[in-house]
Design a protein around this ligand. Structure first.
Ligand SMILES: Nc1nc2c(ncn2[C@@H]2O[C@H](COP(=O)(O)OP(=O)(O)OP(=O)(O)O)[C@@H](O)[C@H]2O)c(=O)[nH]1
Ligand SMILES: [Mg+2]
Length: 361
């Protein structure tokens, strides 16, 4: 799962990328705005940590989200093949929006998150529209030579998408059947990707409250409530300082700002939910691990994310909710209490299930 970090120039994209992925980029990489950086962020999960406390495993593996810092967005950048290639390939977008005041860092006019969001959204839509128009021209020619139902369906769908974009609404807000969604998949349209608006706010004495109120203060409540959209606030400056600290110092530092947890943790979790992802766990003395699956995944497919052989030779999944397992204190007790269940192939895995896959061969 990949998330692309986008935004106008100098809003804090690379800073956010560095703190998310704890990447220590060279100064050269930092200063070359046209170079894409790729890094992985661990998805924090208190449930997994508590399971690990029970098993004391040799290895603890969190779920992860991949982030790509692609450089500043704009009509020009979106014409570059390499730039657009990176962006098309992501599953979701994190749009960093400047809300911090700092006369030393240039910005297009005054701080105005909603205006910036509209402008970037516009660029994404223009890029998609160009792609659609090209494809429609091609389809028109092909349809003259040969009419197939599939080509006709694609033609109709793209005309509808075009009309939708022309009303200045991104494709992520278009109502669409699962079948049509598949038809669009290959285009990897930018305005179709789920989006998280990340407000980068100024440091302040009452940061806890300021973070909480930022989305409404900057008028983002409405855009964040649209389909496949969400918003979160961070304070890049404070997060950058946190990233350099030990866990204990960080905790103390957070509480001095009236914060319970780092904004980054919330941000990573929000991305995860925006993408429609959940976690199930495997737990044992060797390893406790979180696995990432889309919601509504069946047990047999979940087994396949661990190993394809487990999917092929799947018999049953011993399943228990993470908190029930902690309550019982051991699998044996859970079994005798009846909270450990045996589930078949078609069981729909729930967020927080702990599973042990029984298999043949
Ligand atoms: N005051 C303040 N400055 C920030 C904050 N975040 C980033 N900056 C500064 O803004 C400048 C740009 O930060 P970057 O993270 O490189 O921004 P970017 O969006 O990657 O910039 P480009 O890739 O050049 O578009 C740097 O000098 C940062 O130190 C913030 O939260 N507050
Ligand atoms: Mg940058």
């Amino acid at each position: 799962m990949k998330t692309g970090i986008i935004g106008l120039p100098q809003v804090g994209k690379t800073s956010l990328f560095r703190i998310l992925t704890k990447a220590h980029l060279s100064e050269a990489a930092f200063s070359n705005p046209r170079e894409a950086h790729v890094g992985v962020a661990k998805v924090p999960d208190d449930r997994l940590d508590r399971l690990a406390a029970l098993y004391d495993p040799k290895k603890l593996t969190h779920a992860s989200v991949e982030y790509v810092d692609v450089g500043a967005i704009g009509q020009e950048a979106l014409k570059e093949t390499a730039y657009i290639g990176h962006l098309r390939n992501v599953d979701a977008l994190a749009h960093v929006v400047r809300a911090f005041e700092d006369p030393a860092i240039p910005h297009v006019g005054a701080v105005d998150p909603l205006r910036d969001i509209k402008n970037v959204e516009f660029d994404l839509m223009v890029s998609d529209l160009g792609q659609i128009e090209k494809r429609l021209e091609r389809l028109e020619k092909d349809l003259k030579k040969m009419r197939t139902p599939e080509l006709e369906k694609e033609f109709e769908l793209l005309k509808r998408a075009k009309a939708h974009l022309e009303t200045e609404r991104p494709l992520r807000e278009m109502e669409i059947t699962p079948e049509d969604k598949k038809r669009l998949r290959g285009f990897m349209f930018l305005s179709e990707k789920p989006i998280l608006y990340v407000l980068n706010i100024s440091e302040s004495a009452d940061l806890g409250n300021d973070l909480e109120n930022a989305v409404s203060k900057y008028g983002l409540t409405e855009v964040a409530s649209r389909p496949n959209s969400a918003a979160a606030a961070i304070c890049g400056k404070v997060e950058a300082e946190l990233a350099e600290m030990s866990d204990e110092d960080a905790a103390e530092f957070l509480s001095s700002y009236g914060l319970k947890e780092s904004g980054l943790l919330r941000l990573i979790r929000t991305t995860y939910h925006l993408l429609g992802l959940i976690s199930f766990f495997t737990a044992g003395e060797d390893e406790c691990r979180a696995w990432t699956i889309p919601i509504y995944t069946r047990a047999v497919e979940a087994a396949g994310t661990i190993h394809s052989d487990l999917e092929k030779h799947f018999i049953r999944a011993e399943t228990i909710r993470w908190d029930q397992l902690l309550d019982a204190g051991s699998e044996a007790t859970a079994r005798s209490k009846g909270t450990l269940r045996l589930e078949g192939k078609d069981y729909v895995v729930q967020d927080g299930d702990v599973m042990h896959i029984r298999h043949s061969g």
